[in-house]
Design a protein around this ligand. Structure first.
Ligand code: SF4
Length: 62
């Protein structure tokens, strides 16, 4: 799973980091970053985060 965050699009709402903590975190500019690759048990929460992002800033490639 390849996760890309569109930094110019992210509004820093923190939803992704709430739904999948460990994979997503907020950086010093309050923009989401990918902390590490998801483990198998985290893939669903990463998908949920991508679907829940209010501005579609999370791109998931398989
Ligand atoms: S859910 Fe989307 S807008 Fe909110 S912090 Fe994550 S990437 Fe940014």
């Amino acid at each position: 799973m390849k996760i890309t965050i569109l930094r110019d699009v992210c509004i820093g709402c923190g939803v992704c980091a709430d739904l999948s903590p460990g994979v997503f975190e907020m950086d010093g500019e309050n923009i989401a970053v990918v902390n590490r690759d998801p483990g198998p048990e985290e893939v669903d929460s990463v998908r949920e985060a991508a679907e829940s992002c209010p501005v579609d800033a999370i791109d998931i490639g398989e």
